[in-house]
Design a protein around this ligand. Structure first.
Ligand code: ASP
Length: 301
């Protein structure tokens, strides 16, 4: 089997004018993080372990809207959410409303591993993180100057225009043909307290089964209404479509510029479609195909 992986750092952030410095930082970071996963897979790492680690790496990087560097809600605080799914076992873990858990994806993984539940919400989710000794930090540890500025602009605009959103995600097919998906986010700048997006919702922002793994990014309410991630798998399963055809068809069935997704199947085929202006993304396969991009590209994996 040929392993394969893809990561994304969100589709929504592309609407902001990227400074050269920011673009350069993103273009250096995406392949570096993809390489962390490639090294794990070369060493025999499992899809679920690699998906989790890739999401941690993205959460730890303040360029992206997850973990440190996450966007701020209308109250000026962070409410983080994440989910992970293992296609081999069909098990999933998800969490939302987190205020202090440094790596939400790690909590999602522990929900998958340690409980019979799928989805936990704060404050109970925060209690579990402490009980399981996951690193916790003050809420303002997640805040960066850039995110504070974006919230100030949002509030000053006095309009319902949540331009700054994004998510991080990873999909992985390991050398044994098992797939997994992980997604983590801070949601949308200026979101209402308690708002939950698609990222932690299994079937909307994240899905993995014995065929495909999917992680989405974009306007979360649309992904929830469309059941986007599960729908990609359903098209592969029920219509027999190749993954790239199914993934593109699902996005095309949604309103224009809804966002994008990354997906991989158990044969190591990668699909990275988006209907937004761009999507931060990188990919690597055991066949030696590697790359990264922000805007539209000709070719790709
Ligand atoms: N889907 C995320 C949310 O709605 C945002 C994004 O991925 O751009 O919370």
């Amino acid at each position: 089997m040929v392993w394969a992986l893809a990561i994304h750092g969100g589709a929504g952030a592309i609407v902001e004018a990227l400074s050269d410095d920011h673009r350069n930082a993103v273009e250096q970071t995406l392949p570096r993080i993809a390489d962390v996963g490639a090294t794990m897979l070369r060493g025999g790492g499992s899809a679920i372990d690699v998906a989790e680690q890739l999401a941690v790496e993205l959460e730890e990087c303040e360029l992206f809207n997850a973990g440190r560097g996450a966007v701020l809600s209308v109250r000026g605080t962070h409410e983080l959410e994440a989910s992970i799914m293992d296609g081999d076992s069909g098990r999933a873990g998800a969490c939302c409303g987190l205020k202090t858990v440094r790596n939400p994806i790690r909590l999602a993984r522990q929900v998958l591993e340690r409980t019979d539940h799928v989805f936990v919400a704060a404050p109970g989710a925060e209690d579990l993180a402490k009980e399981w000794q996951l690193p916790c930090v003050p809420n303002d540890w997640f805040t960066t100057d850039r995110r504070r500025r974006q919230l100030d602009e949002f509030l000053a605009a006095e309009q319902d225009d949540r331009m700054h959103h994004a998510t991080v995600g990873a999909v992985v097919c390991d050398a044994e043909g098992r797939v997994a998906a992980a997604t983590s986010t801070g949601g949308m700048t200026g979101k209402l307290p308690g708002r939950i997006g698609d990222a932690p919702m299994i079937g909307a922002g994240t899905w993995a089964d014995t065929r495909v793994a999917v992680s989405g990014t974009g306007l979360g309410e649309r992904f929830i209404r469309a059941g986007t991630a599960r729908m990609v798998s359903a098209r592969v399963e029920l219509l027999g479509e190749p993954l790239p055809v199914a993934a593109a068809a699902v996005l095309d069935s949604m309103p224009p510029e809804s966002g994008g997704l990354i997906a991989v199947d158990t044969g190591g085929v990668v699909a990275l479609p988006f209907t937004s202006q761009g999507m931060y993304r990188a990919w690597a396969t055991g066949a030696g195909i590697v790359g990264h991009a922000i805007g539209p590209t000709i070719g790709g994996p």
